[in-house]
Design a protein around this ligand. Structure first.
Ligand code: PEP
Ligand code: MN
Length: 339
């Protein structure tokens, strides 16, 4: 159920609708919009009687939601969600770029990359302290030590930190040191992790699972939002197919598909989406051209020495070139408004 308030509904009208929903044992999710406020109802197992709401002051209509997701959909919020991270945004007019190494390896490595990211004018820095590796013998990340290095980067360069949490304890640690919680492809359907991230005050970057349909991915986002965290950013990072020329198949059609179904911002990850250095920039250009709200890219000061994902890491010079190229494309497809 979705309750749409009249444009002139008062705060008190909204509070009364929220009270009735809570009294019925359900949860209200209030989404203020440009023209009207909508209130999503979750927690009900069957249909709710519409009449109960339609008689309340300020209610325009009560709509039954037929899609499997309620909160991520455009019915609830026709305007696009802009996720604010301090003074930076994801999903707004500005193209968001998140750049940095796959993994935090050393302070020197991280600072060398962060310096280049800062110089490029990009606002977000990535780097994994907890790495989900296929082999238990591969480098697993520095853990909390890595998060401390990232926090130093935040202090020194003013970059916003995006880093992965692999479990609920990891979310707690990431909350202490970073700005955005990344949930990895392999954890897209780790429901207890999704729920924990849903109770966080930090925005969540939710990667698409290796074999997830768009609907499964949106329902994973719904898990986070149903807990009350509405700051979710989706990220297309490629899916498994028969293709052998790339590490994953970057599904760029997912970008318009998601934008057609949801108000949430969507980023493209051309690094994991291709796995190959020479393909990253061409696919980054394509991602921006197809309408993504931004990119997440892996950069290393010495890719040949990287402890994880070296083959897909851009050098600092390649990264600088990528930023210039995607900015030019973004300027053509979404010109900055003249103020
Ligand atoms: C990463 O961003 O380094 C990562 C592990 O990504 P994914 O979860 O998409 O594989
Ligand atoms: Mn990686």
């Amino acid at each position: 159920m979705l309750i749409v308030m009249k444009a002139d509904a008062t705060e008190a009208d909204i509070a009364e609708v929220e009270r009735v929903i809570t009294e019925m044992g359900f949860r209200p999710h209030t989404m203020p919009g440009a023209g009207r406020t909508a209130i999503g109802v979750t927690g009900n197992s069957g249909p709710i009687d519409r009449v109960r709401f339609e008689s309340l002051n300020g209610v325009a209509e009560a709509i039954r939601v037929t899609k499997p997701y309620k909160l991520v959909g455009l019915d609830l919020r026709p305007e696009r969600t802009v996720v604010r991270v301090g003074d930076a945004t994801i999903g707004g007019e500005e193209m968001a770029i998140i750049a940095g190494p796959c993994a935090v390896e050393t302070r020197e490595q991280v600072f060398a990359v962060a310096e280049a990211v800062k110089r490029s004018g990009v606002r977000f820095f990535r780097g994994g302290a907890f790495k989900p590796r296929t082999s238990p013998y591969a480098f697993q990340g520095l853990g909390e030590e890595g998060l401390k290095i990232l926090a130093e980067v935040r202090d020194r360069f003013g970059l916003k930190i995006v880093t992965e949490a692999m479990d609920e304890t990891g979310v707690e640690l990431v909350e202490r040191y970073a700005d955005v919680i990344q949930l990895g492809a392999r954890n897209m359907q780790n429901f207890s992790l999704l729920k924990r991230a849903g109770r966080s005050r930090l925005p969540v970057l939710l990667k698409r699972g290796l074999a997830a349909t768009i609907e499964e991915w949106l329902l994973a986002a719904e898990y986070v939002m149903a807990e009350g965290n509405y700051n979710v950013i989706l990220c297309e990072r490629g899916v498994r197919t028969f293709a052998q020329h790339t590490r994953n198949t970057l599904d760029l059609a997912a970008v318009p598909a998601v934008r057609q179904a949801s108000h949430l911002p969507v980023l493209v990850d051309p690094s994991h989406g291709t796995g190959k250095n020479y393909m990253v920039t061409p696919l980054a250009r394509a991602g921006v051209a197809v309408g993504a709200d931004g990119l997440i890219v892996e950069v290393h000061d010495h890719p040949e020495r990287a402890l994880s994902d070296g083959p897909q890491a851009l050098t600092l010079a390649q990264y600088e070139q990528l930023v210039a190229e995607v900015r030019a494309i973004h300027e053509v497809i979404a010109p900055a408004p003249v103020r």
